[in-house]
Design a protein around this ligand. Structure first.
Ligand SMILES: Cc1cc2nc3c(=O)[nH]c(=O)nc-3n(C[C@H](O)[C@H](O)[C@H](O)COP(=O)(O)O)c2cc1C
Length: 344
């Protein structure tokens, strides 16, 4: 547990004791989607990337970023910041801490996007472990909240150094380390190498959080078993299935399995997400920005491709809602007429 942190070591262990966490997802973990996650029982969310420069130098941006952090009772929230200048990262963390909206400050060491790595931030920090450790030390010194780090396995297959960097971050005061075991070069290709999570767990004393390729409650249980991780994150599989983190938690912690959502639940989630996002950003922008997310909810359902094309060319909340309602009716005719026959 880091010097300067407000939580005792025991409390940090508890905070990360077999938790199923919504992974940080820039552009995905909007206010509306976080509300969907919370309403479906998720109790731990990492925000998407918040720029440390933006927080420190632009008050408009700061307001928007802070506003985007979810709030709810019994919810743990980690605010993830990125940057490579220790002082600015420390100041950004302080700004977040002062709002009282975060329980954890997380430092991004995994973002592969050129715009971020060219500023030496994101996964680029892993190529400079001393700088990475300085950033952690500065942030830990600046705030009382626990400070975590989320990293990849390394830059490329010849420079896998997550264990070394994680050790240095823990020595600098990081309270826990999350690992998405793919390199920067891999981006999202290939498979997450869970053996690296097990290696990391054996190498550091702080809690280890697994991230990568947890697709359903069963793979969450397998990830805990195979890696020995303390907690894990679910990212892409939650897109269009905001109940997934809570279902995985129930299986892992209580041994209670739950079926995936049927088409009715998926479509009602789609409509609710749309309504929440439109309420946040206005109808025109909201409907446009929801084209991607609506596609998550209907993916794999019979006839989804044609509906997606229609949604992508439709403006107006009412029209999109009508498309979704008509789609739901077609699916009901297709899937539920059989079962009704069975009961007659
Ligand atoms: C659209 C998208 C946005 C992401 N944004 C972030 C981010 O802001 N910060 C971060 O640390 N990781 C980010 N990630 C990585 C995820 O947190 C996670 O580590 C990765 O997707 C692997 O987990 P998964 O297989 O459960 O998706 C993002 C991934 C995706 C697909």
């Amino acid at each position: 547990m880091g010097v300067g942190s407000g939580l005792a070591e025991k409390d940090v262990k508890e905070l990360f004791d077999r938790r199923v966490i919504m992974a940080p997802m820039a552009g995905v973990n909007t206010r509306a989607f976080c509300r969907m996650l919370i309403d479906n029982g998720c109790d731990f969310i990492y925000s998407g990337l918040l720029t440390s420069h933006g927080l420190v130098y632009s008050s408009n941006k700061t307001e928007d970023m802070i506003d985007s952090l979810p709030e709810a009772e019994n919810l743990d929230v980690a605010a993830q910041i990125f940057g490579a200048t220790p002082d600015i990262m420390a100041e950004a963390a302080r700004i977040i801490e002062d709002t009282g909206k975060a329980d954890i400050i997380d430092i991004n060491m995994g973002c592969p996007v050129p715009k971020v790595v060219k500023t030496r931030a994101g996964v680029r920090l892993m190529q400079n472990p001393e700088l990475a450790a300085s950033v952690v030390a500065a942030v830990v010194k600046a705030v009382r909240l626990p400070v975590t780090v989320k990293m990849r396995s390394g830059w490329d297959s010849r420079s896998i150094n997550c264990v070394e960097v994680a050790r240095m971050c823990a020595d600098a005061g990081a309270a826990a380390v999350a690992l998405h075991p793919r390199t920067r070069v891999q981006r999202f290709g290939g498979c997450a190498d869970w053996t690296l999570i097990a290696k990391l767990k054996a190498a550091v004393d702080v809690p280890v959080i697994a991230s990568g390729d947890v697709a359903d409650p069963e793979s969450a249980a397998r990830c805990f078993r195979e890696t020995g991780c303390d907690s894990l994150m679910i990212g892409r599989a939650s897109m269009g299935d905001p109940g997934l983190p809570a279902r995985a938690r129930r299986l892992v912690r209580d041994g209670v399995p739950a079926p995936p959502p049927d088409f009715r639940k998926r479509l009602s989630d789609a409509r609710r997400h749309l309504e929440l996002h439109v309420a946040d950003v206005g109808e025109e922008k909201g409907v446009r920005e929801m084209r991607g997310p609506l596609a998550w909810y209907i993916k794999g359902l019979y006839g989804a491709a044609a509906v997606r094309v229609k949604i992508n060319t439709t403006t107006g909340l009412e029209k999109v809602n009508s498309l979704l309602a008509a789609f739901e009716k077609r699916l009901a005719d297709r899937y539920e007429s059989d079962s009704e026959d069975d009961t007659n």
